[in-house]
Each structure stands twice: as C-alpha cells, then as structure tokens.
Design a protein around this ligand. Sequence first.
Ligand code: AMP
Ligand code: GLY
Length: 433
Amino acid sequence: MKVLLVGNGAREHAIAENLARDCELYCVMSKKNPAMAQLSKDYWICNIEDPVSVESVIKGKDFDLGFSSPDATLAAGVSDVLEEHGMLVASPSKAASRIEWDKSYMRSLHENYHVGGTPKHEIVTNIKDATRVIKDYELVAIKPLGLTGGKGVKVSGDHFVNLDQKLEYTASLLEKDGSALIEEKLIGEEFTLQAFCDGSSIALMPPVQDHKRAFEGDSGPNTGGMGSYTTGTNLPFLNSSDLENAKKIIQDAVYALKKDGHPFKGILYGQFMATKESVKLIEFNARFGDPEAMNVLALLNGSLTDVFLSMAEGQIHPPTFSSDCTVVKYLVPDGYPTEPKKDLPVEINGAEIEKTGASLYYASVYENEGKIFTSSSRSFGILGRAQTLDEAEKVAESACAYISGSLWHRKDIGTSALVERRVAHMRKLRGIE
Ligand code: AMP
Ligand code: GLY
C-alpha cells in the first residue's frame, strides 16, 4: 500500500515511524525532516500549507491512502486536494476541520446540537461589550477565534493581573481580527483525549496530560507544548466518569458534524479541563496533538496503516493500546518561546540514546552539510516508555543528556512530584481529604 503523509514535525515523525512498518511511505514536507526522509520511499519539499503546491508535487503519482497532519494544512484544504487526487483520505476536510480553525463555529455547533461541556463564553466585536463581559466573568481566558499554534491565549492570574491588561489584549485582537473570544477561566486540571473517527464512530486513545507553559511549575508563556505523559487507560487525577463524560463530548461532536453536513474522518483531539463540578471542553483540534501523538502512538498495538485505512473507508477498526506509561520531553532552543536562538548546531549521540531505551523524534531542525541546526520552534521530542511513570520519566530524562547544543527542557514533566501535585489539586477542588 502506498501512503502519502503531509507534515514534517516530531508528531509526523512518530506517525511516519508507525506507518512505515507496513506500507510504502511517501512524504510531503515544508522542510526536510531528516528522520522522515529516511523512512520514506520518496519525499518532496513544498509549501504544505498551500494546496496548489501540494497538488503540483504529487501530480501524476498514485497513492492508495493520504493523511495530512498539521492544523494549518487542514485549514487550507490539503485533505480535499488529496481526495480529489483519487486516494482514500484519513484526515478531515477543510469543512470538517473548521471545528478547530474557527472557534465561533465550534461553539455554535455545540449550541445547535447540544454538545455538553461548554464553558461560559461570549464572542465580542467591540470594546464596550468586552468590558462588560470581562467585568461580569472576573477571571477570564481571552483568545483569538482562529489558529494560533497554542500561543494566542491569555489567562487571568497567569498573564493578566488587572482589568487594563485584559482590555489592552482584547483591543489588540479586535484591531487585528475584528473579534475576540472571552471565556470564564476554568480552574482544574487539563487533559487531552484523542479519538480516531470514521465520520460516525470513534475509537479512543489513552488520555494524556500535556504541559503548555514554558517553565517548570507551570509558569511562563504558553507554548506549543513542552512535554506530556500518559499512564495507561486513565490519568491519576481523573476518575472514570471524567473520562466517560469527555468521551461523550467527543462522540456528540462527531454526530453534530455529521448532521451539519461535514462528517469528520480523522483524529479529533479534545482538550479538556476536569473542574470541581464536571469536565469542560477548552477546544477541539482536528489532528493529533504534538507532543501527545508520540505518547499514544508508542503504545498502539497493531497497524496504524490499517486504522487509517478503516477510518478513511468509514468503518473504523478500533485498535488496542498497551497499558504502559510514556513520557515525552521536548528539547527547545534557548530563548524559546519568546526569543528562540535559531541556526545553532546540535550534536546527537544516537548510540547513547539507543542504550537508554528512549526514542528520539525530530521536530523543527534542519540539516546542512551533514550537521543538524535549530530553528525557531521546538527541536526534538524524547520519549521514554516503561511499566511505571517513574521509570518512563527516568528513561526520557537520561536520553536528554545525549543531545548537546543551545537547548533546554522542562525537567519536571512526568515526575512523581508533579503528578502528585495534580492529584492533590483535584482532590482539594473536589473536597476530598
Ligand atoms: P487553547 O489555544 O485554546 O488550547 O489554549 C491554550 C491554553 O490556554 C490551554 O491549554 C489552557 O491552559 C489555557 N486556557 C484556554 N482556555 C482556558 C479557559 N477557559 N480557562 C483556563 N485556561 C484556559
Ligand atoms: N499539545 C497541544 C496541541 O497539539 O495543540
């Protein structure tokens, strides 16, 4: 089977590694990911966010199955181009992925089809309304309606300390986009639940906790995600009804999209907050999470190619997963996310990394004359896998030492101390002593 994969980050490296086990893999990338190039039978470089460029590089070639991975490619309509080209497609159309790229569509879809878990929110188009809503909610999250790579959201307490700062940020969004989304600030613990979807049915992956904040102890600006962990069928701070409620929200959203005329085939990623009362939905993404894809794909039993094919055919074969734990740590350039130092060389000691048992995924780095250099985004994902979280964390942490250069990472991700804090936080919120 000939499979075409669009994308070139660490998440796509993990997808490519799984697919290449039992298919002939071809990749379209915006920059050469050296590891993905090695896994592919052939690859092409073009602007993957431009469907016309993608079409021009695959013209005259035949593929059985296609998967376009990053959000911006979905929003640009790359899945639709793959379908027009005549292959089966396992990623969502532009219309279905609107659930990610247009938060006002997502919120109105949920309202029209009674999908639960929606926080209090309002979309504002002028500063007078913004002032009223901000004063009414007091603690808020303010965000643009479109794609921002996880970096456009600002939250009371973390980023704003007074009304003026909230209004100033809202005014900047109004000036740029003409609108802004203001939500009540949710208090609780965040988690990611991803599902394979075939247009009607869903098959869940193990839940994951990502870490959006740049610095240890969850401080600093939002990033694309600094690392993540999974602990098998449930996370230590969730109960089984949290997971059931999140599953229902995903299933209901898939029904809603079908009823709205845009059946969703692909990966639906729910970003949830477990709060004192219930599970709330922060947002949907129409793709695998990055880093979460690495956590779950390492645990997938069987063939990802088969799951993708069954999704594309509208009759999903639900996969099973190992109950092992995984920890991913992202190595990022010095200065990331605000002033990343790019174009600096890094040295990878592959033999030592292999000895630790960790897996290395290439993200935003590039190769020049046989050397690897940083760019302005996250550089490498390092994955540790073991039967316990503690061991998985130690595997990932030990491997980080074998990549040298102007890079740093969060050492606290996946540690028992951090996870115990999450559990204590949830117990306190729920009044359990
Ligand atoms: P998003 O781009 O919507 O995924 O948001 C990025 C991050 O901002 C999330 O991972 C949360 O940590 C935070 N965030 C977004 N919306 C809210 C909210 N309503 N309440 C609290 N935190 C939020
Ligand atoms: N890990 C966050 C995201 O993929 O959006």
